[in-house]
Design a protein around this ligand. Structure first.
Ligand code: NAP
Length: 250
């Protein structure tokens, strides 16, 4: 069983597999984070070499089923997974993270990509809370009139006078986010529509402070059968695991 990971959902699924003693589970990480969260199942790190490389890995390692639990914005690996699954014919499931819902008082400016987000900030200088992870930060060098508080787990590696880096790992709650935004004089928030609970605090805090949020839309899904439900993913893994170990109770 191959779990494509790099998310809290993948880590939770791996933990549930270990807890229920599901055999033969391997989690795959891209290797972007130097110190990934501890995992209770074996892990491999690094790209496969495109869809063909992943299909080769599936055949060589005798992978019998796959769960794509990668981030909603990791569209390339998800497309490769869908293609490799078609090539190899193994059963597969995507474990998706629920998106956020716009609530009264939210002021979202929805854009398709990073370039759209840069444009949405406008010409007048602003204090921006940039919470898109470290990948993609470079796009904002194109709008140097703004000041950016850049929060990410690891440094972006981009040293520009208008960027102040804040290294942190979620989850983040709304009161702490509101306090941070007020203290830093934030006027606008930029985020990917990642969804889920652990980073929702900034959305609630922006609503409370009446700040606009530039929301980068999700890329389209890969086309794999999908669920939002971690227990359904665990049941899928247990059903397709290598031995006849009993399936966990739902
Ligand atoms: P991506 O653009 O979809 O993938 C780029 C390449 O990285 C893939 O083609 C693949 O290389 C390799 N890769 C990605 N995920 C992998 C995995 N789980 N195992 C092995 N190889 C993987 O992905 P990304 O946006 O760079 O994200 C990289 C990882 O960080 C993902 O696993 C994702 O779950 C996690 N993550 C991403 C974000 C985000 O905002 N994008 C946020 C949080 C976590 P090959 O083509 O060589 O196989």
């Amino acid at each position: 069983m191959l779990i494509l990971g790099g998310t809290s959902e993948a880590t939770a699924l791996a933990k549930a597999c270990a807890q229920h003693r599901v055999p033969g589970v391997l989690i795959s990480l891209a290797g972007r984070t130097a110190q990934p969260a501890a995992l209770p199942v074996p892990a491999r790190v690094g790209g496969f070499g495109g869809a063909a490389g992943l299909a080769r890995f599936i055949a060589q390692e005798g992978v019998t089923a796959l769960v794509d639990a990668t981030h909603p914005f990791a569209a390339r690996i998800s497309a490769h997974a869908a293609e490799a699954v078609t090539q190899t014919g193994i059963p597969a499931l995507a474990l998706l993270r629920p998106g956020w819902t716009r609530e009264p008082g939210d002021h979202w400016i929805e854009v398709d990509d990073l370039k759209g987000a840069v444009t949405a900030l406008g010409a007048a200088p602003k204090r921006v809370f940039l919470t898109i992870g470290r990948q993609g930060v470079g796009a904002f060098a194109a709008a140097p009139q703004h000041h950016y508080l850049v929060r990410s787990i690891e440094p972006s590696g981009i040293a520009l006078p208008q960027f102040t880096e804040l290294l942190a790992r979620g989850p983040y709650d709304a009161p702490a986010e509101a306090e941070l935004m007020a203290r830093e004089g934030i006027e606008i928030v930029v985020t990917k529509h990642s969804g889920g609970r652990s980073t929702y605090g900034k959305i609630a805090a922006a609503r409370q402070l009446r700040l606009p949020v530039v929301m980068i839309r999700r890329p389209p899904p890969s086309g794999l059968d999908a669920t939002f439900d971690g227990s359904a993913a665990l049941a899928f893994v247990a059903a397709h695991a290598r031995s006849s170990a009993p399936a966990p109770a739902p």
